[in-house]
Every structure is written in structure tokens, then in C-alpha cells.
Ligand binder design. Sequence first.
Ligand code: M6R
Length: 369
Amino acid sequence: EKGGYDYFMLKEIAEQPKAVADTLLGRIDGAGSLTLDEVRIPANVLREIDKVVVIACGTAFHAGLIAKYAIEHWTRLPCEVELASEFRYRDPILDQQTLVIAISQSGETMDTLMALRHAREQGAHVLAICNTNGSTIPRESDAVLYTHAGPEVAVASTKAFLTQLVACYLVALYLGQVRGTKWADEIRAVVRDLSSIAGAVDRVLETMEPVRELARSLAGKNTVLFLGRHVGYPVALEGALKLKELAYMHAEGFAAGELKHGPIALIEDDLPVVVVVPSPRGRSVLHDKIVSNIQEIRARGARTIVIAEEGDEAVAEYADHLIRVPVTPTLLQPLVATVPLQVFACELATARGNEVDQPRNLAKSVTVE
Ligand code: M6R
């Protein structure tokens, strides 16, 4: 049942192009517009929404952090993202004009379920993004957009995460489409880009051998840091979470701009630091800033592991290890940039002799608060 792979996690990493394509299937028409009939919240209600709140835990929370960039950009609606376990207990401000998006692979996570019940009691509209048909979270929501990742067995979430991202982009683009924003042309273009994104994920998977080699060489390290800016920041958080849960290593993700406010003190000789570099096209100011972050940490002895777009030559000279990902629109980059981090964590866990599919102390679905 592992399809020839040693671990479910490896199989699930390899299934990502299909999972992404399946999640898009039937939701995009040839003209570049979205048909999300499943989102049963009527268009007139969606037009009245004045705030979006995303609630989730763990990896699904990281998908939510990325959703915020997409939702705010394409809909111009304010969007908050909160850990479900915190949200419920701080008396959040919610009403009939709030759209709450609950993201959960299993659909059974108790923290997320309690948060969504609270949101519905306050009159908010709840849309679930979920991978498990008929599970509790979609049953208790007003509407559901299923991710079509197929069953995810490994405790560490991989293909479900990528499909959560796809679903989040679809919701953001759909809200933009329904509400009509100045980004109509861009929305159509991104919908077209999404159609080819599964191929890009596939290309990343074909080039992972150097990443595995690198991971094995770092098996004796105690700490790895991850840096990113913009949507690369949640990717850094996700890379760090994967490493914690699988390799049992101290790993932390930071917004690269925060380095100088404290974390740079952690940099010491030969400390591995993974940096997710945004595209040099589009928001090039972000790119310039991260290049100087890489220079700063390298000058202090860090071993830089740089994830950068194909053709981005400016970063090459500061990278001790360079991992290339295909060119994508800025907001979609997490779909390709996360994959090397999954492979990296899985290989490190194996090299350290850890149980990949069943990491210690963890369960696939957390049904207690
Ligand atoms: O089933 P859910 O998506 O609600 O699960 C949320 C988290 O428990 C989950 O993402 C967890 O962080 C994973 N083990 C991460 O790999």
C-alpha cells in the first residue's frame, strides 16, 4: 500500500502534482474563471462580507498564513489568521459580515472544531477547507471546499498542505471574482497560471537528489533556521515545523526582516540557515532585501541553503547550497518552495534513524483540545 516507497510520507510527497491537479479539477473553466458551486454561501452574502478570519492548527495554520496574502491582495478585504486554540478564548469580534475559513486535513481537529462552533454562534459564515469527506468540521460548516489530496497517512502533512494552498487561492480568487476588484485581469491570469502549477511541482520533485544529499550531511547538527519574507515567511515556518516533528531538531522560522531585531544573535559558524527567496520579478524590493539578509548571515559564518527561482542569478554567489524552483507568480511560490523543505525534513529524519510516518508523541488527528 506504500506503492513501492519506504514510507507513506515519500509516497505522499510524490503524489503532490496529482493532488494539486485533482483539487483544481472542475473548478476552473477554459476562460479563466472559477466555478465553485460548492461554496454554497450566496454571492450576495459574499459581497456583504467585510472581514475574513482564517482558523487552523499546525501545518493548516501555515496554509492560512499564506491565504492572508492572497485574500487581502485579490479581494482587498482585511484578513486575520489565528491559531484555532487561541482564537476561541480571546472573545474575537465576529458578526454576520464575517467569513470564517476553517482549514483542516482531518476535519476532526478539536481546537479547530471548537473555534468554528464559537464563530457560528456569533453569526459568522463558516467555510471549511477539508480533505476528509463527511468529517465533523465540514458537517458543522455552512459550506465546504474539499481538497482532493486523497487519504494522507503519514503524520507529517505534505500533500494535504499543498492542496490547502490551492483551495485557499481558489477561495481568494473566487471572492475577488464575485466581489469584482480592480484585479480582474490579474485574477484571470493567475487562474491560468494555476492550471500549469502541477507540472511545476512535478519538476521540483525531479531535482531533489542534491537536497537529500545535503540533508544527510546535516544529520549531526542540532539546529537549523529558516528565513523568508512575504509568502516565503510561512513557508519558512512550515519548513521548521516539518524538521521539528520529523527530525526532532531545534528548528525555527523567522521573517527575514526580523533578523536584526534579535535572531541574528543565534548565527554562528556553520549554522545551517535555509532562506526562501522571493522572485526577483514583480516585487523586486523584497528580493533585494533578502539578498542583503543572506549576505549578513553569511558574513557571520552561517551555511546558507538558498531556495531561489530558476534564472535568479543574483543570489548564486551567496549560496553555499542552491536549490532551484520553477518560476511562478509571487503568491503561488509556496506551492513549489515548500516541496524541497518536505524532502529535506524526511531525509534528515531517516538519516537520524527516526520513524518517519509515526513521529514520537504525535497523532495524525488531534481530537482533544
Ligand atoms: O487535520 P488538521 O489539518 O486539522 O491537523 C492540524 C495539525 O494537527 C496538523 O497540520 C499537524 O501540524 C501536522 N502533523 C503537521 O505536519
